[in-house]
Design a binder for this molecule. Structure first.
Ligand SMILES: [Zn+2]
Length: 397
């Protein structure tokens, strides 16, 4: 009996040590709100100033998304991460590449693109959000063009540019990646640029940006503070914040990780986008439904990242794949809700009881489903046997 009691005490001590060692990430996942219903948001970046073929792609997306409705009748929502300018190639070429000139989204050449966005906004299928004035830092691209003929050619092309063709490091707006590792921009330059792009966004869309997503997910506190002043209340993230391009050109200098519902220093609500669906890259159907079911078990919304290039490079196949996937997701989770990131962020901010779970057992089950993502915790909980009572927690709910 004594031996049994001692063994039991040893096991409990072991489990307590494991839980204490991981107290911070465990507690963060307990504090993270648990959603009552599955929520799906298609997050689509890079729209706006750019190739004119976007107009047709957007019109087809609008029509397709309106056909797909959740149980309450709300159509599927796709965010449009919007870009507000590309280079004016002809004018830059006329200066011998000595001066930068912008071709803004408000230019009449983009009339058809803007006209294709508006009906989607009115129909609640497009939710525009700020991606950036441009998908680069202009003076960095100008500097890179001095000794990179491909960048020079890109900057001076007569047709509206496709920013996806720029070397990846230069696609980061909030650092100077003209040489690597990148150099930080001054907080003053960031403040001015963010205020200017928010004003342009407001002029085009009639309201200040409320949600922002940094190009290539490279940004910092100064950007968040400037966005807050401009009215941005939610920031879409991949769950971590990179603040530079490292010597290899990759996003680096990660200075923060975040869970949905956590707040930035400037007070914005972070959202996490971590399911990826790029049909033009061969991502198979079912990916979206699988991601949705996994996030639903975790009590999380499923934010699916995709990009306009799918709908420009392979429009028929990408549209068909997205439609199939959305119907598959609805069949897998009939209680699914389509929503915009702003609705989600506000429901979390206000702890809206229609969205946020308060009952203990469903919260425990969601918490249990979140734990496997904590580095090393899964292995240690298995080795120590702690996985057994945790699995029971998941089942009991
Ligand atoms: Zn982008």
């Amino acid at each position: 009996m004594t031996i049994l009691a001692l063994a039991l005490a040893a096991i409990l001590l072991l489990w307590t040590s494991v839980l204490l060692a991981f107290a911070t990430p465990l507690a963060a996942r307990w504090r993270e709100p648990v959603l009552r219903h599955p929520v799906l948001i298609i997050e689509s970046d890079d729209w706006g100033a750019g190739p004119l073929a976007q107009a047709d792609a957007l019109t087809r997306l609008n029509t397709m998304l309106q056909r797909i409705r959740d149980a309450s009748g709300h159509p599927a929502v796709m965010t449009l991460g919007v870009l507000l300018e590309v280079p004016d190639g002809a004018r830059i070429a006329a200066t011998g590449c000595a001066e930068y000139h912008a071709l803004p989204l408000a230019d009449s050449r983009f009339d058809a693109v803007r006209a294709a966005i508006q009906p989607g906004i009115r129909a609640d299928v497009f939710a525009p959000q700020l991606h950036g004035q441009c998908h680069y830092w202009p003076s960095a691209v100008m500097a890179a063009a001095r000794d990179n003929p491909a960048v020079r050619e890109w900057l001076t092309a007569p047709e509206p540019a496709t920013t996806e063709d720029l070397p990846s490091p230069l696609q980061s707006r909030w650092v100077d990646a003209s040489s690597l590792p990148s150099h930080a921009l001054s907080p003053d330059a960031i403040r001015q640029a963010a205020a200017a792009e928010a004003a342009v966004y407001q002029a085009v869309f009639g309201s200040a940006p409320q949600v922002a997503v940094a190009t290539t997910f490279v940004w910092n506190d100064a950007v968040e503070a400037a966005w807050a002043r401009a009215g941005v209340e939610a920031i879409v993230t991949p769950g971590r914040r990179a603040t530079c391009r490292n010597a290899a050109g990759q996003p680096g200098c990660v200075d923060a990780t975040m869970l949905t519902g956590e707040r930035s220093l400037a007070g914005q609500t972070y959202l996490v986008r971590d399911v990826y669906f790029e049909p033009a890259l061969g991502h198979v159907p079912q990916r979206l439904a699988d991601g949705l079911q996994a996030r639903t078990r975790q009590g999380r919304a499923c934010l699916v990242e995709t990009h306009r290039f799918n709908f420009l490079q392979a429009p028929d196949a990408s549209l068909a794949a997205l439609e199939t996937d959305l119907f598959t997701a609805l069949a897998a989770c009939p209680e699914l809700r389509f929503a915009s990131p702003l609705e989600l962020a506000r429901a979390i901010q206000h702890r809206d009881p229609a969205w946020i779970e308060t009952r203990l057992m469903p919260r425990l089950a969601a918490w249990r489903a979140r734990l496997d993502e904590i580095p090393r915790f899964r292995r240690l909980s298995r080795l120590s046997g702690l996985a057994l009572p945790l699995a029971w927690l998941g089942r009991a709910a």
